[in-house]
Design a protein around this ligand. Structure first.
Ligand code: SAH
Ligand code: F3S
Length: 485
């Protein structure tokens, strides 16, 4: 478990506090922290941008905060429990700083709505993922002594016109949201309920954000969405609003592979990543676009959830085991150096030992570079919670989870070892956590590499000869600049 969990924590820096350079004219302090997916971290940057204009500086000290905002995750019960514990911590601080106000953002806000105010007395403000533009009004309500709630989900892309402030980042890599919400309705997943219907963002505003990041010196961006491959721009709003003129829209639409092509062409020196891909929506054109552009990274996060076609059907995933394998074959054919990672759930209701074996054998087939593995957690309101009994005992879920984690660890080591002896381009992101004499950065394949600092600097592309590795990290030495600088 440790490896996969560590990766999640490394990449998403759970509970990280975001800080912006303080502005003199701002008079109040905002402490904002984020849990869960990359989209939450990206949204917190939008929130900080909105509140900067309302006179809030960001602070790293909870004790100094006039306003505390926690951006929450509902994906599993454990994620919600983590937030509840944080609220207890805020409660303790409020005893010393009674003027402090506390707001809950994100998926838990959307899921629990007004109930939050009853269940957690510390909470003054509850704001869902589509309502952040209303924060200035809601804060005024709270200032006047009233609790404030806005959890209205929008039909339109919500924040395309807001330039996020880049908080707590390294100045090298950044997230850019391209879609909001999800229409897939996987039966285990709470996201369609907490983040609403799927909406794509205008490619013009995406390009503006990317160009702006390039001008500010960023070297890598990740296009974000719950399901990026279903990105489709044909004027905004929900797909169903456009049924009548569908032919015209198709002719003028931009799909995900076209968006990738646009962004990669506009900034050929910038590395481009995207997350997350749902196998059912990944078109072969996306693979061809990836192959066409050197700056699109050789990495696909391709959650499969289960290796059993029967369970996939129960999960409402729109592909079979065989179709998934065919997609893997195509990736290997079109992008021979591409790394692939997975999300997997063990112990989905009705999962048998045979289904579990199907998952293990699929993993053997793909030999994922790494993965994020979870025991099924029933989420209130989802179709699975309403229709199927959570009948796999906890100890069996845990044993199966341990088995897939052990196999993944073996595959991680297998994939990482294959890098040794070769030279790869690494984008320097930060100092290595283990040594102040070393830099850390990722290869195109998203594998972390560390190497001696020498005269190299953060933000530079360096060719690194890999001499050794642990199961998750490559160890090497710089052998010169890449021609991408
Ligand atoms: N498309 C999304 C998926 C969001 S959830 C994305 O952008 O990442 C991330 C992962 O959490 C899922 O792929 C799934 O493996 C896991 N997950 C979601 N709901 C779950 C549940 N109820 N129990 C256990 N794991 C879950
Ligand atoms: Fe959830 Fe499935 Fe969408 S996992 S986010 S409903 S693609």
């Amino acid at each position: 478990m440790k490896n996969s969990m560590k990766k999640i924590i490394d990449e998403k820096k759970q509970g990280e506090t975001l800080v912006l350079d303080s502005k003199k004219e701002n008079t109040r302090n905002l402490f904002i922290e984020s849990y869960g997916c990359a989209m939450n971290f990206s949204d917190s940057e939008i929130v900080a941008s909105i509140l900067d204009k309302e006179g809030f500086n960001t602070t790293q000290n909870l004790e100094d905060a006039d306003l505390v905002l926690v951006n929450t995750c509902s994906i599993r019960d454990k994620a919600e429990q983590t937030v509840r514990k944080r609220l207890q911590k805020y409660n303790a601080v409020k005893k010393i700083n009674p003027g402090m106000k506390v707001g809950v953002l994100g998926c838990m806000a959307e899921r629990l709505k007004e109930k939050f105010l009853e269940e957690e007395k510390i909470v003054d403000l509850v704001v869902g993922p589509d309502a952040y533009k209303d924060l200035p009004n809601l804060i005024k309500e709270v200032d006047d002594g009233r609790d404030a709630v806005n959890v209205i989900l929008s039909k339109d892309e919500t924040y395309g016109d807001i330039a996020p402030v880049r908080l707590g980042g390294n100045g090298v890599t950044a997230f850019v949201s391209i879609t909001r919400g999800c229409d897939n309705m996987c039966t285990f997943c709470v996201v369609p309920f907490t983040r609403g219907r799927e909406r794509s963002r205008d490619p013009v505003s995406i390009l503006e954000e990317v160009n702006d990041l390039a001008n500010k010196g960023y070297k890598e961006i990740t296009l974000l969405g719950q399901n990026v491959d279903s990105y489709l721009w044909y004027g905004g709003g929900l797909k169903k609003d456009f049924k009548k003129a569908s032919e015209i829209q198709k002719a003028t639409a931009t799909d995900f592979s076209q968006l990738l092509d646009l962004v990669a062409t506009a900034q050929p020196k910038m590395r481009l990543r995207f997350s997350t891909s749902n196998p059912q929506d990944m078109a072969i054109n996306v693979l061809h676009t990836m192959a066409k552009h050197k700056n699109i990274c050789d990495y696909i996060h391709l959650p499969v959830q289960s290796g059993s076609t029967r369970i996939l059907r129960e999960m409402n995933r729109q592909h079979t085991r065989e179709e998934y394998m065919e997609l893997i074959d195509n990736i290997r054919k079109i992008l021979p150096n591409c790394s692939i990672s997975q999300d997997l759930i063990t112990g989905f209701p009705t999962e048998t030992e045979e289904d579990h074996q199907d998952t293990l054998s699929l993993m053997e087939y793909v030999k994922y570079d790494y993965g994020y593995m979870f025991a099924y957690s029933e989420r209130p309101g989802t179709l699975a919670a309403r229709k199927i009994e959570d009948d796999v005992p906890e100890n069996i879920k845990k044993r199966r989870l341990a088995e897939i984690v052990a196999l993944q660890r073996k595959h991680c080591a297998y994939r990482t070892e294959a890098f040794v002896g070769n030279t790869f381009e690494v984008l320097i992101e930060k100092e290595s956590k283990k040594s102040n004499q070393h830099w850390a950065g990722r290869t195109s394949q998203n594998t972390m590499a560390v190497f001696p600092k020498e005269d190299y600097k953060v933000g530079e592309f360096v060719m690194v000869k890999i001499t050794d590795c642990t199961s998750a990290t490559l160890i090497g030495e710089g052998v010169g600049y890449s021609d991408n600088n």
